[in-house]
Design a protein. Sequence first.
Lengths: 308, 403
Amino acid sequence: MCFTQNFWNLVVSGLADGFLYALIAIGYTLVYGVLQLINFAHSEVFMSGGFASYFILNAAIGTSQPHGIGSLAFLALGTVGGGLGGALVAFLLERVAYRPLRRRNAPRLAFLISAIGASYFIYNIAGKEFGRNALEIPSPFTNGPVFSIFGATVQTYYVVIAVSAVIMLVLVDRVVAMTRLGKGIRAVAQDAETASLMGVNIDRVISQTFIIGGILGGAAGFLFGLNAGVVYTMGFTPALKAFTAAVLGGIGNIRGAMIGGLLLGIVENLGVACTQASWRDVVAFGILVLVLLVRPTGILGEQLGRAA
Amino acid sequence: MNRITLRLGAPIAAAAMALAGVGTAQAASGSVARASKPTYTIAYEGPLSGGNAQLGLNMKFAVQLAINQANSGTTFKKLPFKLKFLAEDDQGSATQSPAAAQAVINNSSVVAVVGPAFSGATKAAEPLYHAANLPTVSPSATAPALATQGWNNFFRVVADDNAQGPGDATYVVKKLGAKKIYTVDDASAYAVGLVQAFAKKAQQLGATVTHQEAPGTTQCQAGTGNVQQYGALATEIKSSGAPVTFYAGYYCDFALLAKALRADGYNGRLMSDDGSLDPHYVSEAGASVANGTLLSCACTNLGSSKTDTTFSSQFKKLAGFAVGTYSAEAYDATNTIIKAMAKVGSNVKRSALVTALHKVVYTGLTKTVHFQPNGNIAGSTVYLYQVKNGSIVELGPVSKLVG
C-alpha cells in the first residue's frame, strides 16, 4: 500500500515541516487575535529573520566550520539572530504599515492592501540588495541520519528543528498564559475597548504582539535557511502554508496554530505517498477545504472573529 | 547589483550612442570606419536575474565579447557594418519571455538574437520572433520540440535533448549497470522533454524507470513548488532502492533535492543535465553532497589551444568571472551570426539573414556550426562531467566512455 510503505518516514519529515509551519503560524494567529487582521507581510518577517541570521553568523564566525559545543552556540546564535531580525521587521511593519491606518479608522480592505504592499516592498528590496541567488548559511553539522524510530530514519536537521521549535512553542504558550503581557494580549483579543478602559495600553500590547510573532517567524526563517539557504523569495510558500495551518487550527488560537501546523505538515507528506510530488499542494488544500466545511472555525477555533 | 546596472545600462548606453550620432560612436570606439558604415544590433535574450541567472550571465558576456572583437577587427576583417549589443532579461521564464522578445523586435536596428537561453522561454517567445522574421540562434535551448514547429528563423548551436537524454540513459544502463532508475523533472518544458527521451532509451535498454514530477520551487524562482517537497520525495526515492537518480531541471532545485537525498541516507548515484552543470550546484549543495554527481551536456569544456585560452582570458577580463557553461556556445552563436551577416553584405535585412544562416558554415571554439533545415545543429556529441573534490571535471564524450 502506498500509504503504509513509508508511513513513519513521512510522518517524521512531516513533523519537521509542521514545526516550521507552526512557528510561522503563531505570528498570523496572534496578530489576528488582537487586530482581526491577516498580516500578509509575515512572509517577509520570516525572510528577514533568515537574512539577519545569515549576516550575524557570517560576522561572528566567518566561513569557519563550528564543531561540538560550537555547533550548539552557532545554532543558538542563529536562532536568536533570526528572532531579533524578524522582531525588528515585524515591529517596524506595525509602526509603518498598520498603526497609521488604525489611527484613522481605515476600513479592513486598506489594511490588506497595506500588508500586500509592504510585502512586495520588503522582498524586492531584499532581492536588489542581497542578490537573486540563495546565500548559504554554513551548516554547523553534517546532515545525515542520526537514529531510527519505528524504522524511520531521523536526520540531524529534523532534530534541530524539533528541539528548537518545541522550546519556542512551549515558551510562547507559557508567556501568553501566565505573564502580564500575555494577559494584556488576551484581554485585547477578547474585547479591545473594555481592555483599554481597564487600563491596558492597547498600542503597546499590539506592538508586543507583533514582536512575539516576529521572533518566532524570524527564528523559523533561520531554521529554514539552514537547509535551503536564504533568498528573497524564501518566504512565499512557507508563509502561505503557515497561514493555511493557522486557519486549519482555528485562527486566533495559539495552540490551534501549533496543531494546525503539525497536522498540515504530516498530511502533506503522507499525501504525496500515494500521488506525485506535484500533487502535494492539491492534497493539502483539498483537506483544508474539507475540514473547514465540517468545522468552519478550524479545529480549535471557538468562534469566528474573536478568540485567543 | 552589478547585473541590474548592466541591464539598465545597456539600453541607456544604446540611447546615448543614438543621440550622439553614428559618427561619434565610431570615433569613440577608435575605428577608422567612415561615417557611412551602417550600425546593426545583435540582441541577447536570457536570464540576467532570478535563481538561474548565472547560466544567462555566462552567455551574455560571451555575446558582448564577440561583438566587441568584431568591431575592433580582431575576429573578422573589414566588416561592412558596425555592431551594437542589446541585452534583454527574461529571467529564464516563459511568462516574462514574450515581453522581452517584443522589446527586442520593436528595436528596428536588431537583425539577429542570440537566445532565448531556456527552452520554456524559447517556446513562448519564438512565435513572436517568427512573425517578425527575426533570426534567433540559441546557445542553450535544448527541448527537441522547438525544432518541429516550422519556425524557419529558429537555430541552435547545441544538440537537443534527443541526443542528451538517450546519451545519459546509455551511460547509466550500460556503464553503471543500473537496472532501476528513478527520474525526477521540474515540470519545465525543457525538463519534461529531456526526462521522456531519457526514460524511453533506458527502457529500451532493459531498465525500469520510476518517475516523479517535482515542480521548481519559489525558493529558486523556478515555479510554484515548495522546498519542503524534497523531504518526502527523498523518502520515496530511497525506499525505491534505485541505484541511480536522474534529475532533469536546473542547478538551484537540483541542489535542494541532492541535499534532501543525502540527508535521508540515500547512497545511490546522482545525475543531472546541462541545466545543473554550474559551479553553483556544488556551492549550494555543498561539496560533500555534490561529490560524485554526474552531469551531462551537449557542450564541451574549452581545451588548452591558443584560441581557447585567449577566449577564456578575455571573457574573464570583460565579465569579472571565469567562463562557464554555455559561454563558448554563446560566443560561437554570435560569431556565426556575424559571419552570416558578412555574407549578406552592408545592407542586412532580418529576412535575408535568416536565409544566410541556413547556409552558413562557421568553425568555432566548440564545433563547426552548420544548421540542418529545421534549425538543429548538424552532428551531436554528449559529454559527461563529474563533481570531484568540489569541482566539475569533464570525463569525455558518452560514446567513448561506454565504448
